[in-house]
Write a protein that binds this ligand. Structure first.
Ligand SMILES: NC(=O)c1ccc[n+]([C@@H]2O[C@H](COP(=O)([O-])OP(=O)(O)OC[C@H]3O[C@@H](n4cnc5c(N)ncnc54)[C@H](OP(=O)(O)O)[C@@H]3O)[C@@H](O)[C@H]2O)c1
Length: 228
């Protein structure tokens, strides 16, 4: 995910996240390339008009084909109240099959757009929200996915991080300041509590981009009490 120098993933009002440079956009597509599936929260799909494909990089598509993989990774969208029009628009763009992960009451009696498949998750558990992570694990197991690349947003990233389901973090620090305390960070909205347990990470790569952004890679080490 791209963050401002003051740690925000979006400006006040959670407007779109398009503040990364062209180099960051290239990196985003390159990070997609080895994945079996790309994962995103519906709010991000809506805000950022995503395509979730490799269409801008025929070389990456060809490399996947040479490895016997589908041209594009599958696309997975997590939603409580699915925006079927938006999902249909996504499925109509080049890319892998679109999987909607949503509770049954959000799907009932609504015809699915072409190119969209459903993975039901249990009703929301307001305390832990682990039902989404469990549903994603089940889907990955059934589809044989070993590598899922999540592109946000913060609320979905928070669930995955809370569940210890993230092994690598790719961050781009962009030399821009948004200010304000209400803008979200990569671990969720500003009003949300801190994690029950903090997690430690090790930087495994760093690079400076042409526009002064920093491309950082972190790998998960361990979790410990949030009081540490
Ligand atoms: N800077 C970056 O790199 C970056 C990256 C990604 C996103 N962003 C920004 O982040 C913002 C959006 O992020 P966000 O944190 O608001 O949302 P999000 O993480 O993109 O989406 C969370 C989704 O979880 C769904 N959900 C909630 N409870 C659920 C349940 N029990 N079962 C299934 N689904 C459930 C919600 O569905 P409903 O919508 O139906 O409630 C919501 O769409 C945008 O401004 C975007 O531009 C920035």
């Amino acid at each position: 995910m791209a963050i401002s120098a003051d740690g925000k993933v979006a400006a006040r009002g959670a407007a779109g996240s398009g503040f990364g440079s062209a180099a960051d956009q290239r990196r985003l597509v390159e990070l997609r390339s080895p994945a079996d599936a790309l994962l995103v929260g519906q709010a991000t799909l809506q805000a950022d008009h995503m395509s979730m494909n490799l269409a801008s990089r025929p070389d990456l598509v060809a490399a996947r084909q040479a490895q016997g993989k589908p041209e594009h990774p599958a696309r997975v969208v997590v939603a409580r109240r699915p925006d079927f029009a938006r999902l249909g628009q996504l499925a109509a763009k080049p890319g892998g099959l679109v999987w909607l992960v949503a509770p049954a009451d959000g799907i009932q009696n609504t015809p699915l757009p072409d190119g969209v498949a459903v993975c039901e998750c249990p009703p929301p558990d307001t305390d832990t929200c682990d039902e989404v992570v469990a549903a994603l694990r089940g889907l990955a197991g059934r589809e044989g996915w070993r590598h899922i690349h999540c592109e946000g947003g913060p609320r979905l990233a928070r669930r995955l991080l809370s569940a210890g389901a993230v092994d690598t973090l790719f961050l781009t620090i962009v030399p821009i300041l948004f200010g304000g305390h209400s803008a979200p960070t990569i671990t969720g909205p500003a009003w949300i509590d801190s994690f029950a347990r903090s997690s430690k990470w090790r930087m495994t790569a760093s690079e400076t981009g042409p526009d002064g952004e920093c491309f950082l890679t972190y790998e998960a080490l361990s979790s410990s009490s949030s009081s540490e």
